[in-house]
Design a protein around this ligand. Structure first.
Ligand SMILES: [Zn+2]
Length: 337
């Protein structure tokens, strides 16, 4: 029996936790070459992100070219978007406990290199700065949408991170509601600012730099550290030392040092974790909070060794087996090259 076409993505309200949940049925058709470790070794012959396969994606929304005129990084519309420009469902639901809204928004993929088997940290710092410039540019473009309550940017690397394709890529998308994780962080930062008159992220970073034992690397613009309350072993953050409210506001001059710090830190994380899968997450406030004095973006690298287990699912609490002090010491002594 033919499967009916999947409906546009929608957000459903969980009345018990007061949180939105995303239903994106058409993503079950997402192409996958990484359903297992063995599959991850597949060749590039079917990869939609490899050079020569550009027709398997939509045309670039934006790209960066190398000296030979070929693209070195490109952004394309995600063909299996978590948010889409569909019409609102407009249907009548039988009870007020059932709330939903259309998941309208934009969702793009940024192909970060021509090299199918590379890791982002295999790029030299100059090439990585070009990729970060494209990230910033697509972030700026998508943030213009009037329906963008939040802009999310993340990278999945390896099957345990949720990646479905091996070729290095990241994703940027808008969300029509403030996601619960962003809402909670913003509320905590706003409360801290009301009580103490300072930026919470800056307060924490200054304390970490002063303490020193969890600092991995430091330059005049950025600090790499393993946070005091790490959610996962070998978690690392890269934080601008002076507040920058959102990624789009990052000045040109900071892209090269950011690229150098990200490359170095990622290589240390890979070395210490035995080249485990990872996510990189952009942490920043909701769109409506970008003018707040406490707004301050940073990057999180999360090492992923497996899905959350029963303890994490039942408690909502994370559990680590390496202290961040141990992780930072290991990363400082690890050869990043
Ligand atoms: Zn590829």
């Amino acid at each position: 029996m033919p499967t009916p076409p999947a409906p546009d993505p929608s957000l459903r309200w969980d009345a018990l936790t007061a949180r939105w949940c995303l239903l994106a049925a058409h993503r079950r058709d997402t192409p996958r070459d990484m359903t297992s470790r063995l599959d991850a070794l597949r060749d590039a012959s079917h990869c939609p992100f490899c050079p020569g396969h550009e027709r398997q994606t939509d045309p670039s929304t934006e790209e960066r070219l190398g000296p030979d005129g070929r693209w070195v990084a490109r952004a394309v519309t995600n063909r299996f978007p978590m948010m889409a420009d569909g019409a609102p469902t407009g249907r009548t639901l039988p009870h007020e406990v059932f709330r939903e809204r259309a998941a309208v928004g934009a969702h793009e993929v940024i192909v970060e290199t021509r090299e199918h088997d590379a890791d982002l940290s295999d790029l030299d710092a100059g090439a990585l700065a070009v990729v970060l410039d494209l990230h910033r540019s697509r972030h700026r473009a998508l943030a213009q949408r009037p329906d963008a309550a939040a802009v999310l940017l993340f990278k999945n690397r390896g099957p345990r991170s949720g990646a479905s394709l091996r070729h290095p890529h990241s994703q940027v998308l808008t969300c029509p509601v403030v996601p619960p994780g962003v809402r909670r962080r913003d509320a905590v930062a706003a409360r801290h600012h009301r009580r103490r008159g300072s930026s919470l992220v800056q307060w924490l970073v200054e304390a970490e730099v002063e303490a020193g034992e969890r600092v991995v690397a430091l330059d005049p613009h950025f600090v790499a550290l393993c946070p005091w309350a790490s959610a996962r072993s070998h978690e690392a953050w890269i934080v601008p030392r002076a507040p920058i409210p959102h990624l789009g506001a990052t000045p040109d001059a900071l892209l090269p040092p950011l690229a150098a710090m990200l490359r170095d830190t990622l290589r240390r994380v890979r070395r210490v974790s035995g080249d485990a899968d990872y996510n990189i997450l952009l942490r920043q406030p909701a769109r409506a909070r970008w003018e707040e004095p406490w707004a301050h973006w940073f990057l999180e690298i999360q090492v992923r060794r497996g899905g959350d287990a029963g303890f994490e699912l039942s408690s909502g609490m994370s559990c680590t087996v390496f202290s961040p002090e141990e992780s930072a010491a290991l990363m400082r002594s690890a050869d990043a090259l």
